[in-house]
Every structure is written in C-alpha cells, then in structure tokens.
Unconditional design. Structure first.
Lengths: 113, 113
C-alpha cells in the first residue's frame, strides 16, 4: 500500500513550457485534490475531483488543467508555465466521507525560470 | 473557501515545556471538521489531531490536545512535554461538507534543547 504518490519530486521549467505533475493513489479514494503551498499562505486548493470523470475548480485554478479518467490517477497540467507558478504542489486523496482526513503525497517542488 | 487564521507565524518552546498554537475560523455552517497537520522539514503533511464540530469534548492524541470553542470559532492546539521531534510547521485546517479543506498560513514551532 503506497498511499499517495507524486512524480517528479523536483522540476525546473522555463517560462512557457508545459508539463504534467503526476498523482496516483491506491486506496480507492473517490476524492482527490491538488494544492499549492507558498510561503506565508498555507495550502491553497487548485482543483479537485469527487470521482472519475468529475472535476471542479478550487481557489486558484488559473493556469492549471486536470482530468480524472480513473479512480487512481489525477494529473495536474501546466499549459504554459509562468514564474508565479513556482511553488510546492501537493496531491491529496480521501474517501467521500467528509469526516475523513485527506492523505497527502510527498509534494513536488516546481521552479519556473 | 472558509477563512482560517493562524495569528502566530512562529512559536518557540523549551524542551519538555508546553506550547499552545492558536487558530480561528470563519463559517456559517453548523457541522464541520477541524484538523491540525504537522509539516516537518521533509515536507510530508502529517495529521496530528481532528475534531468534529458537533462533539463538545476536546480531542486528545497523546501529548497533543485541542481547545475547541465553537461559539468563538476557535481551535487551539496544545503540545505538552515538547520534544525535539515536534519542531515543524503546524497548519490548522477546516473541512466542510463539500469535502474541501481550507488551511491557515501555518505556525513554525521551534523546540529549544
């Protein structure tokens, strides 16, 4: 049972490049989400999903796309990276019991030059 | 998103002493969950303790306990008998019935030997 996995752990991009951050979970969780963590701002919700084929925007969705074709995977796409997207990104999952805690991946540190 | 406020950016505590971290939140909901997460330098998000708003009894997990004041919308974390391994950033989080988590900005705890 690996929990929530994220790849890569570190990434450097140039402005305008695109990339996909991968997230997978093996706990059969319906709910998956992406956060970004910036100094002094805590974690902010980017996008989330309550099941395969269903996604919705969070607090800071601009510049990011997501899809959920399977229960296990929830990739985050940066279409045209900008320096403002330099951050640490966390993927998390949980059951659809809102009382359940979210289980977090180890994070990806992204730098956009 | 709900607003979660952690007014103490940094706290320092002597080993074996007690430290209390404050958290307030803004909501119009009657039922919700509150969490404290620990983030050590490894960046991993670790659940410390959780509290359901309908339960009046304050949650306790070993050396960690909360003081939940629903009317005041306050949810403080007390760390007793502080250990060097408690040094980390601590985040207060609010989870509403739509599964979304809202985080505070975090409090960095330093433990002095």
């Amino acid at each position: 049972n690996a929990g929530v996995t994220q790849t890569p752990k570190f990434q450097v991009l140039k402005t305008g490049q695109s990339m996909t951050l991968q997230c997978a979970q093996d706990m059969n969780h319906e709910y998956m989400s992406w956060y970004r963590q910036d100094p002094g701002m805590g974690l902010r919700l980017i996008h989330y999903s309550v099941g395969a084929g269903i996604t919705d925007q969070g607090e800071v969705p601009n510049g990011y796309n997501v899809s959920r074709s399977t229960t296990e995977d929830f990739p985050l796409r940066l279409l045209s990276a900008a320096p403002s997207q330099t951050s640490v990104y966390f993927c998390a999952s949980s059951s659809l019991s809102w009382k359940d805690t979210q289980y977090f991946g180890p994070g990806t540190r992204l730098t956009v030059l | 998103a709900q607003t979660v406020t952690q007014s103490q950016p940094e706290m320092s505590v002597q080993e074996a002493e007690t430290v209390t971290l404050s958290c307030t939140y803004d909501t119009s909901e009657s039922d919700y969950y509150l969490f404290w997460y620990k983030q050590p330098p490894s960046r991993q998000m670790i659940l410390v303790i959780r509290q359901e708003a309908y339960k009046q009894q304050n949650a306790t997990e070993n050396r960690f306990s909360v003081n939940f004041q629903k009317a005041a919308k306050s949810f403080s974390l007390k760390i007793s008998d502080s250990q060097l391994g408690d040094a980390a950033m601590y985040f207060c989080a609010y989870r509403s019935a739509d599964y979304k988590l809202s985080f505070g900005a975090g409090t960095t705890v330093t433990v002095r030997a």
